[in-house]
Ligand binder design. Structure first.
Ligand SMILES: [Zn+2]
Length: 492
């Protein structure tokens, strides 16, 4: 499953009453609306791989206890950054453009160097409380301004959007967030090389990536690349990096072939979901029979709406790797999207089992159980979804599905509460408060559900969230959803 969760600039209005039943149809409403949001990508396969990439680095940096998360942003340009001391952000473009695990691990090691060096200490307090999507909105607002200033397209809408974001009180935070001092860059380079060496990995990939930013005429021509903007790379810095990197005994060490295959599968998936179909088939020609190429073809076929062929291709993948949970997940997702949710239940159960209960896949199973419209599934859907949201509390989709499951069951109190939690996670505090207030009237006073609803009603806007029209329009009392699930269609 590759989910694109959008925080919209343009809100999707539901004309129906603010009921859980109305929210149940919301994802379709959101999909019909071509939103230009600020998206986060959620995908178990990619996130698991990134965890495997970062875990040893974080341990070497002494940060293994900090519960640092990697968040993938749906942007095709190369970028990676740390914001608040507990989150590393990476654009899907950086994953796609990194040809080896070592290249992206090098970038992650450099960013970990910024974390370990406390280069953002002043900002941590302010940002530690902010929701992930809020941080992204702020960053991208300022990213747009940085891009506009350096490009020849100073008057385009992107720049204006950035200017609007900068007019707010986040100005100072953002300005300092996006730029490092030269000595911080060099210190992050040195720290990154140290972490790589301590974990028996080469810093060649980091060097290759950074050298590309100094050499590559494509980057130079655009000049607006966010990574280049935030991480200045004068030639002497890259030369210094090369010098220390070459002293490592692991300089010539190659990536493990099994890890390279997982990396290639991730890139194939991102390409197939995020890029135009002609681009996908150019990267992965139909004549290619490699597993990543076949993965890309199967995804592209299903996104193109050819379910029968897609299922045949997915079955072919399952024959090659019968214990790969993500092939069953893809089969389930294709069936749900193809309007056959009852048939999606079996492959998704298998995917949950093979992934040791990955919460995002459990949410997809919950979605299939709810959509299958079978009363026998209602209780099971609720139990699976409750379990999933307890371990994955930042994914609004889990609460959306939970609201629908409770709605099916006729439990309107729990349905309202789950809808309120989903709205809260989207940063839509107004809708969250409204739904939570109504949930309170449906629970007995003092029950756990009432207390949770009361917490949402009483929640203060998070720092930077006040007056932020991107997230809630104070004049708009209708519930809205920004959730977008399923195939992340290719952008024009
Ligand atoms: Zn840096």
């Amino acid at each position: 499953m590759l989910l694109r969760i959008a925080v919209p600039r343009k809100t999707t209005k539901l004309t129906a009453l603010a009921t859980a039943v109305a929210l149940a149809i919301a994802p379709m409403a959101a999909r019909a609306e071509e939103e230009k949001g600020l998206p986060i990508l959620r995908d178990t396969e990619t996130e698991q791989l990134l965890r495997d990439y970062t875990r040893p680095i974080l341990r070497a940096a002494g940060l293994e206890k900090q519960n640092i998360q990697v968040t993938i942003i749906n942007q095709a340009v190369f970028n990676a950054f740390v914001a608040d001391g507990r989150r590393i952000f990476v654009n899907h473009g950086a994953l796609l453009q990194s040809e080896t695990p070592n290249q992206i691990i090098g970038v992650l090691a450099h960013e970990t160097g910024h974390l370990a060096g406390g280069h953002l200490a002043r900002l941590r307090e302010q940002l530690a409380q902010a929701q992930t999507q809020m941080i992204i909105a702020m960053i991208l607002g300022v990213g747009a301004i940085a891009a506009g200033a350096k490009s020849n397209y100073g008057n385009n809408g992107l720049t204006n959007a950035g200017a609007a974001a900068l007019a707010g009180p986040q100005n100072m935070i953002m300005r300092s967030l996006l730029s490092y001092q030269r000595q911080q860059e060099e210190s992050a380079d040195r720290a990154g090389v140290k972490f790589l060496t301590a974990t028996g990995q080469s810093a060649k990939g980091m060097y290759e990536t950074f050298k590309r930013f100094t050499n590559d005429s494509l980057f130079a021509a655009h000049g607006a690349d966010p990574y280049y903007q935030s991480h200045p790379m004068p030639a002497e810095r890259v030369a210094a990096l090369e010098e220390i990197a070459r002293t490592s005994p692991y300089w010539d060490k190659k990536d493990d072939p099994a890890l390279q295959l997982r990396h290639d599968m991730m890139r194939a998936k991102i390409s197939a979901f995020m890029e135009r179909q002609d681009t996908v088939y150019r990267r992965y020609p139909l004549s290619s029979e490699t597993l990543p190429a076949r993965y890309a073809h199967a995804i592209a076929t299903y996104l193109h709406g050819d379910l029968r062929n897609a299922l045949a291709q997915i079955d072919g993948l399952i024959q090659v790797q019968p214990n790969n949970p993500y092939f069953y997940e893809l089969r389930g997702q294709a069936l749900i999207e193809g309007g056959r949710p009852a048939e999606a239940v079996a492959p998704l159960r298998k995917a949950v089992q093979l992934s040791n209960g990955a919460p995002l896949i459990e949410m997809l199973l919950g979605q299939a159980l709810v959509a299958a419209d079978n009363k026998a599934y209602a209780e099971e859907a609720i139990s699976i979804l409750r379990n999933a949201v307890s371990r994955e509390p930042e994914a609004p989709i889990g609460y959306m599905q939970l609201a629908m499951a409770y709605g099916r069951k006729g439990d309107l109190a729990e349905a309202d509460l789950a809808s309120a939690q989903a709205a809260f996670l989207r940063g839509d505090n107004k809708t969250a408060r409204d739904l939570a207030s109504r949930a309170k009237t449906r629970f007995a006073v003092g029950t756990p559900g009432w207390v949770k609803a009361d917490d949402i009603v009483a929640a203060k806007p998070l720092p930077g969230q006040k007056n932020n029209s991107k997230f809630a329009d104070p004049n708009d009392s209708e519930p809205k959803t920004f959730l977008r699930t399923g195939p992340a269609r290719n952008s024009p």
